[in-house]
Design a protein around this ligand. Structure first.
Ligand SMILES: Nc1ncnc2c1ncn2[C@@H]1O[C@H](COP(=O)(O)OP(=O)(O)OP(=O)(O)O)[C@@H](O)[C@H]1O
Length: 578
């Protein structure tokens, strides 16, 4: 609910009446939701208020990450409101002249045409891929390679996953942090290469630049493990990941179409995608159509993490949809291999809806886990300003590498962008603390020690969405920005930076695909609509060594009790017997 400032308040949907106007004023529908619905109605010749209401609610659902709308669940938005009876409502939508053009109905769910097509494409392409006869493999060579690369009892689960993947065109490797997804992938790639007569063209990709750099690094580390057979290293060494956009070939004239597609497939024999949980439905549709039917597609990720910023929860849906298929393309790694994994145990309690256990782990605390009272201002200042001071001092001393390393050692994660629990507010607060400490009333634009995060891909500068850097130099003198690109420093003039923001604090959504030594998670009020189990799980699993949660018991329990819900027909359509 909001109080309009006047009749022209931009939040008001002018021209709306009845329920659309009421729900707009109640803050359920934005002006844009209403305008899109009215426009679709006008173009399609539909004036039935219940259909227009369904369209506006559908646009709202897509804005919240859903692919479609289930009319039987709309009442959950406001149980006290008299909503249309779902069966009759669906019948009205199905009979509408806009259905079949701007709108589609499938399995009782309503879709905007674009997402219906994309979901249909993903279903069709994935089902066609899993229905293909299995790839031919040389059993003896595969057995030997599996035995060599996955030797010993600690590798049993991962060996089974690799064994299954070798025998499929399409496989999904999912598991929580530290369950050995990267270890398995590195060794699986070695098995595939060893078992192939011709050299394999392997593509590695991730949804963001940051995630791609991490994938390259993690694979290199996994390959350097002591028990990774030397002779197999050459097969995996030197492989570099790129962003999915770069792999598919971005086109300057079109943001959602790529150079590679159904008519011009990728040349690779193996296409691996890491951090697949962050891949939207739109991007997944483009990916699966671009992979040759006779190329392997390996999707890697943690299906319990937050889904993509855009519509869809594709990895989650694919894992769910293929769960009961025999043989299943999905391998689920469950054993954590990180020594003394207290963070993993906390994350698992959150993921599995064990709120009592999560709370008691937090209250008990340990070397890796701390619960911080949100009222304890001085502790919070110490925890979040301390690392910022360190980055600033190193940046002022001209130590770019040190500043970048300090930056990666801690990050403040917020659920929101705005408001007292939001990124903007906390960035400002930290900047105030820096000013106070250094006796400055104001800091210059792009001050030394300012952490930067890139918001969109910049092909000219070769900076990718999610890349992080830091400003180095003097407050009243020369300053440059230094970015860590896959372990190498890239120095850039500040004037060249177009779309960057300050990153003392970032949202949990933005942190996906990254990890930090210590993570401080700021939980919002329990009523916050953005607070969900997946959000908390994702935030906790960003920490390598230490996680600190600033929040109340109510907020923690509210998060765990609320699984993020994204309506989609993908899982059901993949699971349907063919
Ligand atoms: N089978 C194993 N035996 C012993 N140690 C292992 C095994 N598998 C993985 N590890 C070790 O566990 C740690 C985590 O493994 P890995 O990085 O492969 O997991 P991951 O699932 O990719 O993690 P994340 O999602 O956090 O990146 C690494 O230090 C790795 O060396």
């Amino acid at each position: 609910m909001f109080e309009p400032t006047d009749a022209w308040d931009h939040r008001l949907a002018l021209g709306a009446s009845g329920e659309l106007a009421e729900l707009n004023l109640a803050g359920v529908l934005t002006a844009a939701d209403v305008h899109v619905a009215l426009r679709i109605g006008r173009i399609g010749g539909e004036s039935d208020p219940s259909v227009l209401l369904a369209v506006a609610l559908l646009v709202r659902a897509v804005r919240h990450g859903s692919v479609c709308l289930d009319l039987t669940r709309v009442a959950e938005l406001d149980a006290d409101r008299a909503w249309p009876e779902p069966d009759r409502w669906l019948a009205a939508v199905s009979a509408s002249p806009v259905t079949g053009t701007a709108l589609q109905v499938e399995d009782g769910l309503i879709y905007l045409d674009r997402y219906w097509r994309q979901e249909g494409d993903v279903v069709e392409d994935l089902l066609a891929r899993v229905a293909r006869p299995a790839p031919h493999v040389d059993e003896q060579r595969v057995e030997q390679a599996l035995g060599r690369l996955f030797a010993g009892p600690t590798y049993a689960e991962q060996r089974a996953a690799a064994d299954a993947s070798v025998r499929r065109w399409t496989s999904v490797l999912t598991g929580g942090p530290g369950t050995g997804k990267t270890t398995t992938l590195a060794r699986l790639l070695a098995v595939l290469t060893d078992a192939s007569d011709a050299p394999l063209r392997i593509a590695l990709a991730a949804p963001t630049g940051k995630a791609a750099a991490r994938m390259t690094q993690a694979l290199a580390e996994a390959t350097r493990a002591e028990d990774f057979p030397l002779a197999d290293r050459v097969h995996v060494e030197g492989l570099e990941a790129s962003t999915l956009h770069r792999l598919l070939g971005t086109r300057p004239d079109n943001g959602t179409r790529f150079r590679h597609h159904r008519g011009n497939r990728l040349p690779h024999d193996v296409v691996v995608v890491d951090e697949t949980s962050m891949v939207s439905l739109t991007l997944m549709a483009r990916l699966v159509e671009a992979v040759r039917p006779d190329a392997r597609l390996i999707l890697v990720g943690d299906s319990d993490q937050l889904a993509s910023v855009e519509a869809g929860a594709v990895l989650h849906d694919v894992v769910l949809g293929f769960r009961d298929r025999e043989p299943s393309p999905v391998s689920h790694l469950v054993t954590s291999h990180r020594f003394g994994d207290a963070i993993g145990a906390l994350a698992a309690a959150v993921r599995d809806d064990r709120a009592d256990e999560a709370w008691s782990v937090l209250v008990q605390g340990s070397a890796n886990i701390e619960l911080v009272d949100p009222a304890d201002e001085s502790r919070i200042r110490e925890l979040v300003a301390g690392p910022a001071f360190e980055v600033r001092d190193l940046a002022l001393a001209g130590d770019a590498r040190g500043a970048l390393a300090a930056l990666e050692s801690h990050r403040l994660l917020c659920a929101h962008r705005q408001g007292p629990y939001g990124v903007a507010w906390w960035n400002e607060r930290i900047e105030r603390w820096i000013g106070e400490r250094d006796g400055r009333d104001w800091l210059p634009a792009h001050y030394p020690g300012e952490p930067l995060i890139v918001n969109s891909n910049d092909y000219g500068l070769r900076l990718w969405n999610g890349d992080t850097g830091v400003v180095v130099g003097e407050d009243d003198g020369d300053r440059t920005a230094v970015f860590d690109i896959g372990g190498e420093d890239r120095v850039l003039a500040l004037s060249r930076l177009a779309d960057v923001s300050t990153a003392h604090a970032i949202t949990v959504h933005r942190s996906q695909g990254s990890q930090f030594g210590t993570v401080t998670v700021l939980l919002p009020e329990p009523e916050s609509l953005i607070l969900s189990r997946e959000l908390l799980y994702t935030a906790i699993t960003r920490a390598r060594d230490v996680v600190r949660i600033v929040g109340t018991e109510e907020s923690l329990r509210a998060a765990i009790a609320r699984p993020a819900q994204r309506a989609s027909g993908l899982a059901a359509r993949l699971a349907r017997p063919s």
